[in-house]
Ligand binder design. Sequence first.
Ligand code: FAD
Length: 447
Amino acid sequence: MKKVVIIGASDVGISTALRIRELDDSIRPLVIANNDFPNYSICGIPFFIGGEVENWQDLAHREKEDIENAGIDLMLNTDVTKIDSENKKISFIDENWEEKQIEYEKLVLGTGGKTIVPPIEGLNSPGVFFMRWIDDALNFNKFLEKNNPQKAVVVGGGYVGLEMTEALIRRGLDVTLIEFEDTVLNTVNKSFRKIIQSKLEEKGARIITGTAVKKLESDNNKVYVSGTNDFEIEVDTVLVSVGTKANTELGEKAGVQTGKTGAFKVNEKMETNLKDIYAGGDCAETLNAVSGKYAYYALGSVAHKHGRIIGSNICGQDKEFAGSLGTQALKIFDTVVSRTGCDQKKAKENGIDTISADLDTLDHKVYYSPAYEMKIRVIAEKQSRRIIGAQILGNINAEVSKRLDIFATAIHNEMTIEEFNDLDLSYTPPLSSPWDPVQMAVQKFDE
Ligand SMILES: Cc1cc2nc3c(=O)[nH]c(=O)nc-3n(C[C@H](O)[C@H](O)[C@H](O)COP(=O)(O)OP(=O)(O)OC[C@H]3O[C@@H](n4cnc5c(N)ncnc54)[C@H](O)[C@@H]3O)c2cc1C
């Protein structure tokens, strides 16, 4: 029996293990994690904090027993401390604090991401929280229940900061979001960012951009927050969410190479430079399907795909990761914003000349009320007219993210504007128009 050891029991680790079991039931993979929450949906944390998901246990994609019943061994609360790639061994400290070693034939690094710690004084102060793991969510939730805070600061205006702002508003807090850059959500175009910002402001959030938090001081159950531009505020709690970076320390010590992004360098088969060691998910780089360059996408959707490729290859298949487009959707109250592929700025950086088209429309026939407003931007390569990017914003009922996925499919298959317009998409008045809005958007290129 092949000895497969997987470090990490989150998206990439469990996907790898499940794929192995699908293909070869003679292998019983061992999955090791340094926490007690295998296969939980970290992506669901903001919805648990906001109360849209009542029980944190429901965030489990699978229960421990389901994983074990699928033929996967779990070793939890176990910290892998060393990889000896020459002798194909790993060392770990198990949940009883015993130091042990185990041999592997194939090793998978699914060590994931870790929170970026910004240069802010007083991050360890009481009342200050980060949000990366299920324990973080449980600790923060306990604090919210026990202390009943009224005012919060969220540091960071990326998608997690925005989701957490909504969550805290839903919990009845008065929230101030502070972003260092001059805008929130810099992954989408300016007009979409403004709409997302105003959706939060309409619900009571105060959003301050172009300001860096510098110092946090706790006293008497209050946190004093100060920053650039003479910014000062006194709140009851602070949530810091400024992004994720690859957790590569363990692998790097063993000689696993990292790329320009700081994450593990892998080939299309998700192999690292060390024999029989694979890496995927938030600890590894991802091929960008448009630019052909490696990028860093800390996304659960990407991690699951990496895992499936790794599992297939461990079982002797010859699968290659086809690349990612950074396809992503974000829901803020009743509005969804989504993006895929390149925007004009990224295209320019990659030497691609672009044309773009914008459409404001309704998601379906207006006589079937209510129809919802929707904004679409499409980006194509100027010369070839190949679609390379799209962004859509609209109401949660307007199937925004699935419409964006039509663009993701087209970009993946290198379709041109004309080929996209030829697609046979479905129509019924409550859901669309004879020409779906996504096709009306690409027709704008010819006006
Ligand atoms: C609040 C939040 C919301 C998100 N929302 C979305 C979303 O809507 N859509 C989306 O696509 N993505 C989302 N993400 C990103 C997504 O959660 C990650 O991309 C995904 O969890 C990555 O999975 P992973 O398996 O690579 O690693 P991780 O989830 O980072 O897990 C790493 C694993 O490695 C283990 N580990 C690490 N080091 C060791 C060691 N030395 N010894 C033993 N075990 C170790 C850990 O215990 C853990 O099991 C969100 C992230 C956050 C924080």
